[in-house]
Design a protein around this ligand. Structure first.
Ligand code: URA
Length: 289
């Protein structure tokens, strides 16, 4: 029987496993009949095990790890969704102020992430600050509050910035930071955004940089760095070296994501080097890019 105690226990075990890996909300675009899946599993147990594995969202713990794999329920659309991509490009290009850009992004219907998120998360800090920090996507706290980097990783980011004399609350552009993400909507279960999702939202963050007019970009983690640079290498290879961001031409420094540093404190040493390099650039020792 599909709903026998054994099947129910198996479903509960699968759920517990997903929670352990970071799932904290039950969100799907279409209803899924798990009992029907269990019945099918009787006929093909190994396939069912594979699908349970594939359906498990990755936690934030994997945010700076290897490139995302294709998985059911994850937005894997790329070139096969040209209408959404063109709409994102047009909306971004038409925005002439940060307010217009925020409204355009809020209204953009090209990604199902919007349906699963509570709040639109645009930016925090001082527009026009010399440093623009770009992260990955809102997490649970950011989604709840509507501001980027307000959870544990955000608190670490604030401490990192303070260590080189910057604060998102500072009133003067030279002491302030302006903070945004590649995605303005939280991916369900805090999973790592797919490359296709990052690519879809890329025109918005590029326009965001143009309108915010920083002198330097600090890209945090794999998702931001790869999306902004069109790179395929990982952050461990890319961090610490200044590169020119196109299309803005601004100097961009990739560094570790604070969520990664919370899990790998030994790498704070390298992140500190990056921060000192940013400080030196701010102080006029211009990076060579
Ligand atoms: N991680 C990010 O990349 N961005 C946030 O806003 C919060 C956590």
């Amino acid at each position: 029987m599909a709903d026998s105690p054994g099947h129910v226990q198996a479903l509960l075990d699968a759920l517990a496993w997903q929670v352990e890996f970071g799932a904290d909300e039950a969100i799907g675009e279409v209803p899924v009949d798990r009992f029907a899946e269990s019945a099918a599993a009787d006929a093909a147990p190994s396939r069912a095990a594979a699908s349970a594995f594939a359906a498990a969202p990755r936690g934030r713990a994997a945010a700076t790890g290897a490139a995302p794999d294709a998985r059911p329920g994850q937005d894997q659309r790329g070139p096969e969704a040209p209408a959404e991509a063109a709409s994102a490009r047009d909306l971004a290009a038409a925005a002439t102020t940060l307010e217009e850009l925020a409204e355009a992004m809020r209204g953009f219907e090209g990604s199902p992430l919007k349906m699963g998120a509570r709040n639109f998360v645009f930016a925090d800090g001082l527009p026009g600050a010399r440093v623009m920090v770009i992260g990955e996507a809102p997490g649970a706290e950011e989604d709840r509050i509507g501001k980027p980097f307000v959870g544990r990783a955000g608190q670490l980011l604030d401490r990192m910035l303070a260590a080189i004399g910057l604060a998102r609350t500072a009133p003067a552009p030279e002491d302030a930071a302006y903070i945004a993400n590649i995605l303005p909507w939280r991916p369900p279960g805090n999973r790592t955004p797919s490359d296709a999702e990052a690519l879809l939202f890329l025109p918005f963050i590029e326009r965001h940089v143009e309108l915010a007019q920083p002198d330097f970009i600090l890209a945090l983690g794999n998702t931001a760095t790869r999306a902004l640079l069109g790179a395929t290498a990982g952050i461990k290879r890319l961090r610490g070296r200044w590169v020119r961001h196109e299309p803005t031409g601004l100097p961009l420094l990739p560094s570790f994501h604070p969520a990664y540093l919370l899990r790998q404190p030994a790498d704070k040493r390298l992140a500190w080097r990056d921060l000192l390099s940013l400080r030196a650039a701010l102080d006029g020792a211009g990076p060579e890019v």
